[in-house]
Write a new protein. Structure first.
Length: 302
């Protein structure tokens, strides 16, 4: 994996600040999602079934571009990939297209239905056998995918958190018929590092990687960056911190970032009386790449 650290530097003295490897990836949000609806019972009364579609927030959690970067960097053909906190089909689709096998933790059945419909719409029939979903929470993945324990080359997780222990404020009801929003409301989607990280460690093979995707954000008037707390807890669980990746989520043309504002942001810009913080654009995501120590005869560290 690429790194900007200088390996010729001596090991820093105890207590000194250690410079961490850093890499920048260009992987704009390009994940597509088509509206789907639940199958209507054959013997039931005719009724209008609402169409569902993943909202922008959940669709952009893991983009196809970021999923491809992670998979090609940390795994080889035929390797097993696991996804925690699944909100869209990007990781499963990318894994199948790159000749990997993938299993995702999807505890809410309507969300699994929607993701399955996306996979069937975009993947050839012969590739569908490479992916699977299990009805388990992320912190129970060591049980939900016990048949792959100690064999997984890469775990990808984008926890829906503002910190290492608490979830983002939940909507009172699912908005826009987004199945991922509904899943957040009806299941415990909070990121509990002390239970999830050991579960991920148990499913990984020696030398396997855990990629945790985070984004610093404002919460109750404060800027919250969950990455440092996640790294501390990961080290307690036995992981080694291998790399920090800045994943640029918007297209780049020359030296210009092509950022598009949504209708809500434009409205806020026009309202000079607003006391709210300026609208935030998701320009990048932070990826903490953690490694389970050891070596594997199947590829291990790359």
């Amino acid at each position: 994996m690429t790194s900007t650290s200088n390996k010729s530097n001596p090991t820093p003295a105890s207590g000194a600040r250690q410079l961490l490897p850093l890499s920048v990836w260009l992987c704009p949000d390009d994940t597509t999602d088509q509206p789907t609806h639940h199958a209507q019972p054959c013997d039931g009364p005719a009724r209008r079934v609402p169409r569902t579609r993943t909202c922008e927030r959940h669709l952009g959690t893991i983009s196809s571009g970021l999923a491809r970067h992670l998979i090609t960097t940390a795994t080889g053909e035929g390797d097993v990939i696991a996804e925690a906190f699944t909100t869209n089909s990007a990781v499963l689709r990318a894994a199948a297209e790159l000749d990997r096998r993938a299993v995702a933790c999807v505890p809410h059945f309507p969300l699994a239905q929607h993701i399955g419909a996306q996979l069937r719409a975009h993947l050839p029939h012969e590739h569908l056998g490479r992916v699977a979903m299990r009805p388990c929470r992320a912190d129970q993945m060591h049980r939900g995918i016990a048949d792959h324990a100690g064999q997984v080359a890469l775990v990808i997780a984008a926890p829906p958190t503002a910190g290492s222990r608490t979830a983002e404020p939940r909507p009172r009801r699912a908005r826009g018929a987004c199945p991922a929003c509904l899943s957040d409301v009806l299941t415990d989607s909070a990121f509990h590092a002390q239970s999830f990280l050991p579960a991920a460690y148990r499913v990984l093979r020696p030398g396997g990687h855990l990629a945790v995707v985070t984004t610093a954000r404002h919460h109750n008037g404060h800027l919250i960056d969950p990455a440092p707390a996640i790294i501390r807890e990961a080290r307690k669980a036995g992981f080694r911190y291998s790399q920090h990746i800045i994943a640029v989520r918007v297209p780049v043309e020359g030296d210009t970032l092509l950022i598009q504002a949504g209708p809500g942001s434009l409205g806020q810009l026009r309202d000079i009386r607003s006391r709210a913080l300026p609208p935030a654009a998701r320009v990048h995501a932070d990826v903490c790449l953690l490694t389970r120590p050891g070596h594997s005869g199947q590829g291990g560290d790359r």
